[in-house]
Ligand binder design. Structure first.
Ligand code: ADP
Ligand code: ADP
Ligand code: ZN
Length: 210
């Protein structure tokens, strides 16, 4: 029996969203992206969205209690299993997750800072279907429409060089300690994020089937 309760860990831009979208289709799991949920709350100007926006624009983490309240029910309702993408991001969030669900695997997709900056400045996302593109490898310069659905492509507000640098600092300070946290629990599965997207996907699927 393969893994069904999965966390994707890694710096911003490592490819967590790209891989999570493929993995959930193949394995029939729920994709739970805290970044996507937050961006939707911001777009709808909900109470949570209003509280979260400033943190997100600066590349800081949204406070733990808000995130945990936001994600708990969704994890509990994902009866067939889930891929958590962007959660947990702090030790306090990981401890809260321990109280909500057990996990089968934590896939750590690693990527160095210089490559993160390169990738995120070139990231474009479809506003309609959420497909993730990159000017560096799967999107021709000047393309404005999504190849999958024709939706408008946009650049995230936080994908600017100064905010990206801060997000990487925040990752190193607050999220990287989770590598040791999950290694100590025997759950950590390292993957090299520099590989091409198809190679990363094959590696992730091999790990999750084991
Ligand atoms: P994350 O969810 O970890 O922030 P994304 O999946 O959004 O990362 O990927 C960040 C950017 O890098 C996107 O523009 C995406 O198209 C691109 N990307 C993802 N995986 C790879 C890869 N293996 N090689 C090159 N570029 C990639
Ligand atoms: P990336 O693609 O760079 O990994 P995400 O889309 O996962 O970024 O997150 C975007 C922003 O949303 C983060 O910079 C942070 O402000 C907020 N955020 C997302 N997930 C969390 C979390 N688990 N804890 C706190 N803040 C979060
Ligand atoms: Zn689209």
């Amino acid at each position: 029996m393969g893994a069904t309760r999965i966390v994707f860990l890694g710096p911003p831009g490592a490819g967590k969203g790209t891989q999570a979208k493929r993995v959930v289709v193949d394995l029939g799991l729920e994709h739970l992206s805290t970044g996507d949920i937050l961006r939707e709350e911001v777009a709808r100007s909900t109470g949570l969205g209003k509280k979260a926006k400033g943190f997100m624009d600066r590349g800081e983490l949204v406070p733990d209690d808000l995130i945990i309240d936001m994600i708990r029910g969704r994890i509990e309702r994902a009866k067939k299993g889930f891929v958590l993408d962007g959660f947990p991001r702090t030790v306090a969030q990981a401890e809260a997750l321990d109280r909500i669900s057990t996990l089968d695997a934590v896939v750590n997709i690693d990527l160095a800072r210089a490559e993160v900056v390169r990738r995120l400045t070139a990231r474009r996302v479809c506003r309609a279907c959420g497909t993730i593109y990159n000017l560096g490898f799967n999107l021709a310069a000047g393309t404005t429409r999504c190849e999958a659905c024709g939706g408008e492509l946009y650049q995230r507000d936080d994908d600017q060089p100064s905010v990206i640098e801060n997000r990487y600092d925040v990752y190193e300070r607050s999220t990287a300690p989770l590598i040791a946290f999950y290694r100590a629990r025997g759950l950590l599965k390292p993957v090299d994020g520099k590989l091409g997207s198809d190679r990363v996907f094959a590696e992730v699927m091999r790990i999750l089937a084991a």
